[in-house]
Design a protein around this ligand. Structure first.
Ligand code: ATP
Ligand code: MG
Length: 229
């Protein structure tokens, strides 16, 4: 089943009174169980695209279809869809320093007014999934970079999203720790059917995906296409 479809998505920004087209017509589909990677040089528009796919931003032109209908442009409606269906991890973990791993993970549920007991139960299960059962009462400052990113990942999946948008989630980690996080994404994808879209500069991580793309000049090319490399 299809989750997302981008149809000729164009995104432009105004800078110094000039309109700069970052995305120049992106067509792509993301289906359930997909693991999609996007590589490409810095500044090419990977984050811009992920923000649009994740309903954090809207295209300047073109269409974004979520499930079977056009994604809303109204911020409030987009936020609602986002909260219910989309998980995010970024290069930075954005964990709240005063709260424990368990509390940080439970926050999306608590904001959604889930009863506390259930929220913490879910958070605990997700921390277990990312291999952090032994660290649930630690605060971010008491965790390693890789562990912090695992908490961010647990928080991203705590509401059981349809799709996880990961924007350079290993960008701040050493190679080995980064690969472990990526392997965890792969596991969630394979074992739980979570659709994943990841932007990365790491070829090895990109190659874990079953659909690999490269961005160039505001367009997306299959990574296997020799013309795009
Ligand atoms: N809000 C904005 N206003 C103006 N220009 C922007 C805005 N957001 C992004 N851009 C520009 O769009 C281009 C693409 O940025 P984007 O962050 O999508 O690149 P990226 O591929 O994710 O790069 P990196 O690999 O460094 O993360 C850049 O030239 C950037 O300066
Ligand atoms: Mg980026």
């Amino acid at each position: 089943m299809r989750i997302l479809k981008a149809v000729n998505v164009i995104k432009s920004y105004k800078r110094d009174n000039q309109l700069i087209e970052v995305l120049k017509g992106i067509d792509m589909e993301i289906h359930e169980r997909d693991f999609v990677s996007i590589m490409g040089p810095s500044g090419v528009g990977k984050s811009t695209l992920l923000h649009i796919l994740g309903l954090l931003d809207v295209p300047s032109e073109g269409e974004l279809i979520f499930r079977d209908r056009q994604a809303p442009t109204d911020e409030e409606e987009r936020a609602k869809l986002r909260n219910e269906h989309i998980g995010f991890v970024f290069q930075q973990h954005y964990l709240l320093p005063e709260f424990t791993a368990l509390e940080n993970t439970a926050i999306p549920c608590l904001i959604g007014n889930m009863p506390e007991e259930k929220a913490y139960e879910r958070a605990k299960a997700c921390l277990e999934m990312v291999g952090l059962s032994h660290r649930i009462h630690h605060r971010p400052g008491e965790l390693s970079g890789g562990e912090q990113q695992r908490v961010a990942l647990a928080r991203a999946i705590v509401k059981d999203p349809d799709i996880l948008i990961a924007d350079e989630p290993t960008g701040n980690l050493d190679k080995e720790t980064g690969l472990k996080i990526a392997a965890l994404l792969k596991e969630l994808n394979e074992e739980r059917g979570l659709a994943v879209v990841i932007a990365t500069h790491d070829e090895e991580i990109a190659n874990l995906a079953n659909k690999r793309y490269r961005m160039r000049d505001g367009k997306l090319y299959p990574a296997t296409n020799p013309l795009s490399s």
